[in-house]
Design a protein around this ligand. Structure first.
Ligand code: UD1
Length: 350
């Protein structure tokens, strides 16, 4: 019997921020794998309708707790109600530009929220934590593909808030050797659940490429703005490592299973990339989307976006060695599923 102090094998999994884009897909993958889940979300950038949709997929019924990870009394109530097998922490804010304008809010929500959560986990002796980190912690990488031991130089408050959380969790892991902590550094999660029932529903004008393309294809936006065609890349546009959000979700299930089966490292917050290992340019993405959907995607070349970097993609081999995970779904499947969601829900969950 694997009994790292305090955590059960088959108790529910707490998913903070579980009503959001990545959280709902992780919820679907966890329930499909037989886990019970409890979602904690304050709906600051999401809607309870997303949880209703998740619960309509026929995979199980997520329990929903509306509230904030800063609320210590609420966390105490949640953790007293059941013996959790683990926690997946996604709740946070993630817009780069906003983080530059409002750093205090970003550090409060991201760093303060994670601190409150991990303190409650220590109080209740819940050992397994998977933290939602980002490839942004690498900044502009000196070497490609980017492995976990690359230097960490985030270029904005959002990225620094994520790195600070990783460092804080490392210190907590060192002081609490019974804990098993992992930080998953996502590259660019895109796409949607193949049912088309859940997907990304950004508020306002999307910052990121995929929702912008999808909204252009469905007619909500006139044309895609391509931020620069003078980057030192083969076609001059930026290159990123896009991976299907269901692959990201399966990565969490594999990581959690690994921790439940006795994996992880005492005293360490293990940082692990979740990426496909392939880079795709903006123009290649537009082409793939057009081919997968048959829709015209008008675009216009604009200047570079401040803070962007030319190209990066992951070395994803550590995740494969550690818990047997690789990204399986292709760019064509990503575009098909993203379109499936967007065309069935042109206005998101509304
Ligand atoms: C962005 C964030 C990153 C965050 C991630 C979350 C920045 C600088 N980085 O990553 O910190 O973790 O989102 O999902 O915001 N592009 C266009 N037109 C658009 C949008 C994007 O040409 O309308 C280009 C960008 O210049 C880039 C590529 O598409 O080359 C991908 O951009 P995006 O989807 O915003 O992701 P990242 O910038 O990689």
């Amino acid at each position: 019997m694997n009994s790292v102090k305090g955590s059960s094998r088959d108790g529910p999994v707490l998913v903070t921020g579980g009503a959001g884009y990545i959280g709902t897909h992780i919820g679907a993958a966890l329930m499909k794998a037989g886990h019970r889940i409890v979602i904690l979300d304050n709906f600051s950038n999401s809607t309870p309708l997303a949880v209703d949709r998740l619960n309509s997929l026929g995979l199980g019924c997520a329990e929903l707790v509306e509230g904030d990870v800063h609320d210590e009394a609420l966390l105490d109530r949640v953790f007293s109600a059941d013996r959790f097998s683990g926690v997946i922490h996604l709740a946070g804010v993630k817009a780069v530009g906003e983080s530059v304008a409002e750093p205090i809010r970003y550090y409060d929500i991201n760093v303060g929220g994670a601190l409150s959560l991990v303190a409650a986990m220590v109080r209740h002796q819940i050992s397994r934590l998977i933290f939602s980190s980002t490839a942004t912690v690498y900044g502009d990488p000196a070497k490609l593909p980017v492995a976990e031991d690359a230097s960490l130089q985030p270029e904005h408050p959002y990225g620094r808030s994520k790195l600070m959380i990783e460092q804080m969790l490392q210190d907590v892991a060192a002081a609490q050797p019974w804990m098993r902590i992992m930080s998953l550094r996502y590259f660019n999660p895109v796409g949607a659940h193949p049912s088309g029932r859940i997907g990304e529903d950004p508020k306002g004008i999307p910052n990121n490429l995929f929702p912008y393309i999808a909204q252009t294809a469905v007619g909500v936006r006139d044309e895609v703005r391509v931020f620069g065609d003078d980057w030192p890349t083969p076609d001059g546009t930026g290159i990123r490592d896009y991976l299907h959000v269901m692959d990201v979700a399966e990565g969490h299930v594999a990581a959690l299973t690994h921790l439940i089966d006795g994996g992880g490292k005492s005293g360490r917050n293990l940082a692990v990339n979740l990426g496909s290992g392939h880079g795709t340019s903006v123009l290649e993405v537009i082409r793939a989307f057009r081919e997968a959907t048959g829709r015209e995607i008008p675009y216009r070349i604009l200047g570079r976006r401040p803070g962007d970097v030319a190209a990066y993609w992951a070395d994803p081999t550590y995740a494969e060695r550690l818990f047997g995970w690789t990204a399986k779904l292709s760019m064509a499947e990503i575009c098909r599923d993203h379109w499936n969601w967007q065309s069935a829900n042109p206005d998101g969950y509304k």
